[in-house]
Design a protein around this ligand. Sequence first.
Ligand SMILES: *[C@@H]1O[C@H](CO)[C@@H](O)[C@H](O)[C@H]1NC(C)=O
Ligand SMILES: *[C@@H]1O[C@H](CO)[C@@H](O)[C@H](O)[C@H]1NC(C)=O
Ligand SMILES: *[C@@H]1O[C@H](CO)[C@@H](O)[C@H](O)[C@H]1NC(C)=O
Ligand SMILES: CC(=O)N[C@H]1CO[C@H](CO)[C@@H](O)[C@@H]1O
Length: 348
Amino acid sequence: MNIRMFFLRLLFTLPLWTYSGSAVKWLALYRSKQNPWNQTQNCSKALGLSARQSKFCRENLDLMGTISLASLKSVDTCQQQFLDRRWNCSSIVRVPKLSRDLKRGTREQAFVYAITSASLVHSLARACSIGITTKCSCGALPNEPPAGDYKWGGCGDDVSSGLHFSESFADEFTKKISKKFMMNSHNNKAGRKIVADNLTTACKCHGVSGSCSIKTCWRALPDFESIGSILKNRYALAVEVKRRTRQGQKVYVPINKNRKTINDDELVYYTKSPDYCSPDPKSGSVGTQGRACIPDSPEPRGCNLMCCGRGHISETMEIVERCECKYYWCCYVKCKSCTRTMDVHRCR
Ligand SMILES: *[C@@H]1O[C@H](CO)[C@@H](O)[C@H](O)[C@H]1NC(C)=O
Ligand SMILES: *[C@@H]1O[C@H](CO)[C@@H](O)[C@H](O)[C@H]1NC(C)=O
Ligand SMILES: *[C@@H]1O[C@H](CO)[C@@H](O)[C@H](O)[C@H]1NC(C)=O
Ligand SMILES: CC(=O)N[C@H]1CO[C@H](CO)[C@@H](O)[C@@H]1O
């Protein structure tokens, strides 16, 4: 087959794979902790990987440690961001099993898909610039001229390779575009876009005794916590959508008639969430009984909102701590132990 034929073929086969999206089952890699990915057998044994991902794994063993780290970071950041909410991202740790709060098309599902793909781009882009793999390295220098008294230089994070690897790892292809597939796919892309759009400029000074007569700057990723908090804002502003057919194409349109379009960096969902007050297997809610809360606070963490009006139980706990530590020359520290009382409030 000559090259022209090849491209013609490509042209005709591509439209079959109209849509790509990803499942989050690979998040189960967070269980592999710091274990080394040093043999291809690791790929077939790994929990949660699809056949395509297993293949990716065999071909890119050097990236798998980073991908495991990305899964751990998604889980931690999700739980951190939702510590103060009724839905606290506790179900995520059961992957590859997905409970219903992450399957029915809710806002929470939207957040989880977005943070998952965001953490992949983030981790992989950084893996490139710190030299974990030979497949990529520093990011390309920005095209736009410097916006100040500096030169582009140094080693920026390679977001474009990060995007490339995370798409090839996470995206699955389908011919039948279900409602759910469409939603997950949109939110995945939103997560990636938010990372790519939030690069900051980091600089380093050179010159005699730090005089900063020469300054080089590069594009760097923000820390993942700030991505987590941007995504939590997007969660709050997520757009409820319904599916319509426009010119033979399935599209999402906002339920709210005043909204005309949906931006690429907005999260979308199509199922209203329960209030997550009481346990309900049907919706995947575990309820808030036993959750810690703050009395008389109007915040989401306040007992009023957190306990859904059921009230709370307060108890006093005694905590033994090390205190009045003294350093003795040489070389040890001696402490007393002090008892402190603390009030703990939990939802009924
Ligand atoms: C890969 O396999 C080796 C040998 O069985 C094992 O020690 C290691 O922990 C595995 N790595 C992962 C990530 O499962
Ligand atoms: C991979 O690492 C594990 C644990 O360190 C070790 O037991 C195993 O022999 C290694 N395998 C290869 C192929 O290097
Ligand atoms: C989230 O809430 C559940 C239900 O109250 C609780 O069992 C779990 O420990 C909490 N998890 C986290 C990570 O806070
Ligand atoms: C700090 C920062 O650059 N924030 C930007 C992150 O990306 C979104 C778009 O996805 C922008 O709206 C924010 O301004």
